[in-house]
Design a protein around this ligand. Structure first.
Ligand code: ZN
Length: 525
């Protein structure tokens, strides 16, 4: 796809599993990453960046598993400009049919001086050395000039030219700190296209952060100026204020095709499903008023709007809800729906499951249908995110739970947990509320002490019998852990979420040999 700057095709490079996952508290386990990777492949992203293999053994394993199991998109992994990083990326990517090594080095004066302590000449030497090394071992190499938006234009021009000479096929221009403004960012791209020798041989890419709310606008401006790859994440998750949102940039290009004259290969009908999968896996709920995928994105309350809507939908809507996968009725299944209906619905939503996995989903749905009259797409997505967690060793299981609360009663709970060695342990406690009492019981039984940082409840779908999704974020020995529980009973969902956190901490204690080196994970594009 090199040299296609004149082409109207935009390459969608998704980095939900790398940059998105770097958002504080968004870390996903192995099974969750695979679920998200499948959703992304089904969505039709061209490239998916799935990790930073040298950062931790967990990252390495996840990249390798995705490289082995996911077909279709190019699988990319991040590396700093040194041989051990590039070697780790190549090794993790080895099973992929199509793979890309993504190397990065900061180019801005502030990063050169305070972080890298390198002169401009050294930056060029280190970057080109790593690109050459990677290119000798992989046909597809991307180079990112970290903090490009705050780099002197002349120096950026030089770095990009030298990176192309060294063999990079894609050149990424990140606004790492979310500082650029749309017109200015577009001018940077125009400047590079005009002044860099050999620029026509590569794909120019952009990677924008949302610190000033400009990530999508800056990305669109860059595409208009000739960039042909956009780096983005589902729901716009990412470090600090996040990254360019995939669904927004894709729907802007599609809805305003008349203006941009550009197209992507994204199956937009799967955007809302992908959004739910990512929010389920990360525990980051999507704001109701979020463009494109928020629950209210297509809801109309005002009488005037409703009248207009009934007369002609386009009076107040620039997109059709079904274009992004919202159905006027997204009812999937009731108590009496069969396996056939479920299989068809899963396929529509973009899930490719093995027959035995469909059996498991079907069993779980039947259990859910006993508690809940109607089952929606949202229920299905939420269930799938939590279901395939094989291989996650669970130290504790919930055996039983009773909680009492009410006016004039001291909230209390009694909890029984089953330990992996078969012991059953009981505790009772009082608390500020039933959930607090349950947490105290679990803490006493397991002996794991944590500090609760965040606790959120959201309903997965509409209706009085909707499932509640509880996300808890806790701190334990300087690390952050997140757990998720899903149940029509929110006290049960809270207990499940809390127990997931405790199990993760227990599993981490067994696995961890040496603490990860902090320098490795800090700083990225
Ligand atoms: Zn980034």
């Amino acid at each position: 796809m090199n040299g296609n700057q004149a082409d109207d095709r935009v390459i969608v490079f998704d980095t939900t599993l790398r940059d998105g996952e770097q958002a504080p508290g968004a870390s996903m386990n192995y099974a969750q990453k695979l679920t998200v990777a499948r959703a992304l492949a089904s969505l039709g992203v061209d490239v998916m960046e799935v990790g930073f293999p040298v950062a931790s053994p967990g990252d390495f394993q996840a990249v390798e598993a995705i490289a082995r199991q996911i077909d279709g998109p190019i699988i990319a992994a991040l590396a700093r400009c040194n041989r051990p990083d590039v070697d780790a990326a190549l090794k993790a990517l080895a099973p992929a049919a199509r793979r890309r090594v993504h190397v990065f080095l900061a180019t801005s004066p502030i990063h050169r001086e305070f972080k890298l302590k390198m002169t401009p000449a050294e930056v060029v030497r280190v970057a080109t050395g790593a690109i050459t090394y990677a290119r000798e071992r992989c046909d597809d190499v991307e180079f990112s000039a970290e903090d490009a938006a705050r780099t002197e234009l002349d120096f950026l021009t030089e770095v990009v030219e030298r990176a192309i000479e060294a063999g990079a096929n894609t050149i990424n221009i990140p606004d790492t700190v979310g500082y650029a403004m749309p017109a200015q960012f577009g001018d940077i791209i125009r400047h590079l296209r005009k002044n860099v020798r050999g620029i026509e041989k590569v794909v120019l890419s952009v990677h924008c952060h949302d610190d000033l709310g400009m990530a999508v606008a800056n990305s669109l401006s860059a595409l208009q100026a000739g960039a042909r790859q956009v780096e983005c994440t589902v729901n716009g998750i990412g470090e600090r204020a996040g990254n360019c949102s995939l669904e927004e940039v894709v729907m802007a290009l599609r809805t305003r095709q008349d203006y941009f004259g550009l197209r992507t290969n994204i199956r937009t009908q799967q955007l809302s499903s992908a959004s739910r999968v990512v929010s389920g896996a990360t525990g980051f709920h999507v704001a109701r008023n979020k463009a494109v995928v928020g629950q209210n994105a297509f809801a109309h309350e005002s009488g005037i709007h409703q009248h207009g809507m009934i007369t002609h939908a386009l009076t107040y809507e620039v997109m059709k809800p079904e274009d992004v996968g919202f159905k006027s009725t997204n009812l999937v299944l009731g108590k009496h729906s069969g396996r056939h209906a479920l299989t068809a619905r899963l396929r529509d939503l973009g899930y490719q499951l093995e027959p035995q996995q469909i059996d498991r989903v079907f069993d779980e749905l039947k259990k859910l249908a006993d508690k809940k009259k109607e089952i929606y797409d949202g229920d299905l997505d939420a269930l799938l995110v939590g279901l395939f967690q094989n291989g996650t060793a669970r130290r504790w299981e919930l055996a039983s739970l009773n909680a009492v609360s009410g006016t004039g009663t001291l909230p209390s709970a009694a909890v029984s947990l089953l330990s992996r060695d078969g012991r059953k342990l009981d505790e009772a406690a009082t608390g500020d509320g039933p959930v607090d009492a349950v947490f105290k019981c679990i803490e006493r039984i397991t002996g794991v002490k944590v500090r609760l940082r965040d606790f959120t409840i959201a309903s997965v779908t509409a209706g009085e019998d909707a499932q509640g999704e509880v996300v808890v974020v806790v701190e334990h020995e300087g690390r952050t852990y997140r757990g998720r529980g899903l149940n029509t009973d929110i006290v049960m969902a809270s207990a499940e979420a809390y127990l997931e956190v405790i199990n993760r901490i227990a599993a981490g204690r067994l696995q961890r040999k040496t603490p990860p080196e902090p320098e490795v994970v800090c700083g990225a594009v």
